[in-house]
Design a protein around this ligand. Structure first.
Ligand code: UDP
Ligand code: MG
Length: 331
């Protein structure tokens, strides 16, 4: 317990990946659900052969969840509790859990009993088939039709199109990851729902399996329609990452060049009209378009160069190679 609260336990390399499985559970004001959740998880894990730990990340709860969690550390030897200083949001809570996880596999689930821990063995089996990420699909989702299911259907459709990873249910928290994959990804905002997309960028093999889903028994959902806006913004970020991460100049440079070439052609045409035909061009909309194309093109080119510099800083400052090795085979 004491070591788990240490801010940098990962620095002891021996701690890292010494278990088969880490369960990461973000908790924000779920005190009624916690006892049952931990009980069910323990019952599911007991007959399995995996060494495991349960990491509950308390995301600044104010309802007494902390006390409930604290009491349970005395009961369950597999339980580690991480108390964040304030409410950072589900993504940050999950990231904290990832950073402290010691499992070779990390499985996330919600702390509100909406996911079914009984699905865990199935996710593990799928990983064993060679996948790097297995995402749960709440086929029979138990949430409000109009405010939750419809926006989520639309969002999932758009996300799948934009990111090119076609799974049905990005929002499902029940997912299993190979730990090294998770360590390659940096999370911000509400990016946890885009983990499959980010994983895809990192070259992961991804699949989905239908999982159980239950209606919330206790407490209230922490999200409303406001989440839609944040998801759209995050989607833009992910799209940007996917397209431009290593070669922004290819994209901005191309747009800039096309714009400049068009500008030069139109400018040449206008110059010909002015000097060759003696026409007045000062009041022509085409002149404005020409100027916009030329200036815009130069801006795009410069922007591409800047983006190129930024990307290099991004990769090199973090020691992030531009490739990912899946495996090394030797004699
Ligand atoms: N959660 C969190 N921090 C937050 C909001 C939510 O840790 O700021 C946790 C919450 O306790 C739950 C999970 O994230 O375990 C999913 O939240 P919720 O059930 O409200 O989302 P929904 O299932 O309604 O999409
Ligand atoms: Mg929930």
């Amino acid at each position: 317990m004491a070591t788990m609260l240490d801010p940098k336990p990962l620095e002891a390399a021996s701690l890292q990946e010494s278990l088969d499985l880490s369960l990461v559970i973000p908790i924000y004001n779920e005190y009624e659900s916690i006892p049952r959740l931990l009980k069910v998880v323990t019952e599911v894990m007991a007959p399995l052969a995996y060494t495991y730990e349960v990491i509950c990340v308390d995301d600044g709860s104010t309802d007494g969840s902390v006390d409930v969690l604290r009491e349970h550390t005395a009961i369950y030897p597999h339980l580690a509790v991480l108390l964040l200083r304030r409410n950072y949001g589900q993504t940050a809570a999950m990231a904290a859990g990832f950073d402290h996880a010691r499992g070779k596999v990390i499985i996330t689930l919600d702390g509100d009993l909406q996911n079914d821990p009984a699905d865990i063995p199935m996710l593990m089996d799928k990983l064993d088939e060679g996948y790097d990420l297995v995402s749960g699909w709440r086929k029979q989702r138990q949430d409000h039709q109009l405010t939750r299911l419809l926006p989520s259907k639309i969002a999932n459709w758009i996300i799948a199109r934009v990111t090119g990873v076609s799974i049905h249910d990005y929002g499902c928290s029940l997912k299993a990851y190979r730990a090294e994959l998770v360590r390659d990804m940096n999370l911000y905002g509400e990016l946890h729902r885009f983990l499959p997309a980010l994983a895809f960028i990192e070259g992961a093999r991804i699949t989905e399996v239908p999982v159980n889903h239950y209606a919330r028994q206790f407490g209230a959902s922490k999200y409303g329609l406001g989440r839609t806006f944040r998801v759209v913004m995050d989607l833009l970020t992910v799209y940007f990452m996917k397209r431009f991460l290593t070669k922004p100049m290819y994209v901005f440079g191309l747009m800039g060049l096309v714009s400049i070439i068009l500008g030069i052609l139109l400018g040449g045409y206008l110059t010909f009209l002015k000097l060759g035909m003696g026409q007045s061009i000062g009041d022509r909309p085409l002149l404005i378009l020409t100027i916009v194309l030329l200036l815009g093109g130069i801006q795009l080119l410069c922007f591409g160069l800047l983006a190129e510099l930024l990307m290099r800083t991004y990769h090199e400052s973090q020691g992030r190679p531009i490739y990912r090795v899946r495996e090394v085979l030797r004699h």
